[in-house]
Design a protein around this ligand. Structure first.
Ligand code: PLP
Length: 439
């Protein structure tokens, strides 16, 4: 038996030996088409030469220098590249090792910003129901996913949650998408009024919701209204692009497509493309300068901030994303994938909705298409789809779960940006087989 404490304690997992483009190969030689990038991570596939070369070159120079003593060339270059392409007034990058760390940093930065600005009464955070922002306690507290929070509730700081923008389940019959978007965005104002605007520091949301809803984009106008409400109440808008950022939806930052810019944005997953664990929290000069001109010290940090091996890998990733024509390719292949999913599954008895942006696509799995009723044994369904996919040689990302009135089972697809049209056919064919076996 394995000595590794696997997350699924007694999981019997195949051993990944080698990566080959969009495939992972196990110790028996079986090839798995990675249609979900693990968890929307592997945007460049599993054998990217430029990232490997950058990591080798960095290792030959220096692997680690603590950021209390030194900065490093790849960290400086990565931060400069990110802020050059970042939306709005985002101008500084704080580089950590994961998405959860980026969220923790964002929450603490928001708090310290208001303290140093002389608005120390602001400490509350508002997020959305069913949201996921990471598994560390601060990030988990911000999130509104009942299944993930449930057993840790007594350990979590207070946060409040409004409705997500989830048209498939939330839009009323006869209501336009625009009216729906305004209605759910206005829940933010109502919650601010309930809490008292002077006590609220930030609203946090994923522009396109990944793991907990399954690639759900907002309706048009939703985030514009959210931005207006944040501005009107002096509240920071934190966008969590850990999963949907770095080109995944067809623009480097997902929020570009909604015509808004955040005060703080978090990225991870695609930033290192799986070659290194890395995340980043990016913020505006207004926030940075308030602290730089105040205490001069952000009271938060980790041993592996700005790790040179991680930043060298991420620099090679983001350079390819911004220079290589890959993001237009994501848009084009995203449409191609969407069309194939519509053809294959729009009449499927258990596929209630097909949605997404770019190479970030989701299928909502339902027991009954007309009533939209989910399966009761929701997590069992997820496990079955995943297992059937692996059996067929396909990695897809089924998620969801029915708990405390939150529901929605889905399969998330987030293939590498280098995927070919033939491989998209393979994804859809194998997914069809997996769904037929599991449902
Ligand atoms: N935020 C979002 C939107 C995520 O999807 C995730 C991970 O799935 C996280 C934060 C946490 O990232 P990590 O698992 O790298 O800590």
């Amino acid at each position: 038996m394995s000595s590794v404490f696997h997350r699924a304690s007694r999981a019997n997992l195949p051993t990944a030996i080698r990566g080959d483009g969009c495939y992972i190969i196990d110790d028996t030689g079986k090839r798995y088409l990675d249609a979900c990038g693990g968890a929307a991570v592997s945007c460049l596939g599993h054998s990217n030469e430029k990232v490997r070369a950058a990591m080798h070159a960095q290792l030959d120079q220096i692997a680690y220098a603590h950021t209390g003593f030194f900065t490093s060339e790849p960290t400086e270059a990565l931060a400069a590249l990110l802020v050059r392409h970042a939306p709005g007034a985002i101008n500084h990058a704080y580089i950590v090792s994961s998405g959860s760390e980026a969220i923790e940093a964002a929450i603490k930065l928001a708090r310290q910003y208001f303290l140093e600005k002389g608005e120390g009464q602001r400490h509350r955070i508002i997020a959305r129901r069913q949201s996921y922002h990471g598994n560390t306690l601060g990030a988990l507290a911000a999130g509104g996913n009942a299944w993930r929070r449930k057993q840790f509730d007594p350990l979590l700081i207070e946060a409040s949650h409004i409705a997500p923008c989830y048209a498939y389940r939330g839009q009323e019959p006869g209501e336009t998408a625009e009216a729906y978007g305004q209605r759910v965005a206005d829940e933010l104002q109502a919650e601010i009024d309930r809490l008292g605007a002077e006590s609220v520091m930030a609203f946090i949301a994923e522009p396109v919701v990944g793991a907990t809803l399954g690639a759900v984009p907002p309706v048009a106008g939703y985030f514009k209204r959210i931005r207006e409400i944040c501005d009107a109440n002096g509240i920071l808008l934190i966008l969590d692009e850990v999963m949907c950022g770095m080109g995944r939806t067809g623009s480097l930052f997902a929020c570009e497509q909604d015509g808004i810019a955040p005060d703080i944005v978090t990225i991870a997953k695609g930033l290192g493309a799986g070659y290194q664990p890395i995340g980043a929290m990016l913020c505006t000069s207004e926030i940075f300068d308030t602290i730089a001109d105040g205490s001069g010290f952000f009271q938060h940090g980790h041993t592996y901030l700005g790790h040179p091996m991680a930043t060298a890998a991420a620099l090679a990733v983001v350079t390819q994303l911004t220079e290589g024509g890959l993001i237009p390719r994501v848009q084009q292949l995203g449409e191609a994938l969407s069309a194939r999913l519509e053809t294959a599954f729009s009449d499927h008895a258990h596929v209630g909705d097909i949605r997404g942006r770019g190479l970030f696509r989701g299928l909502e799995i339902v027991a009954d298409r007309d009533s939209k009723a989910p399966f009761n044994s929701a997590r069992a369904i997820n496990k079955k789809i995943k297992a059937a996919g692996m059996e067929a040689g396909l990695m897809c990302y089924p998620m969801g779960g029915t708990i405390d009135g939150q529901h929605g089972d889905h399969v998330l697809l987030a293939p590498p940006f280098i995927i070919s049209e033939d491989q998209l056919d393979e994804v859809v064919e194998k997914l069809g087989r997996a769904l037929d076996t599991a449902l």
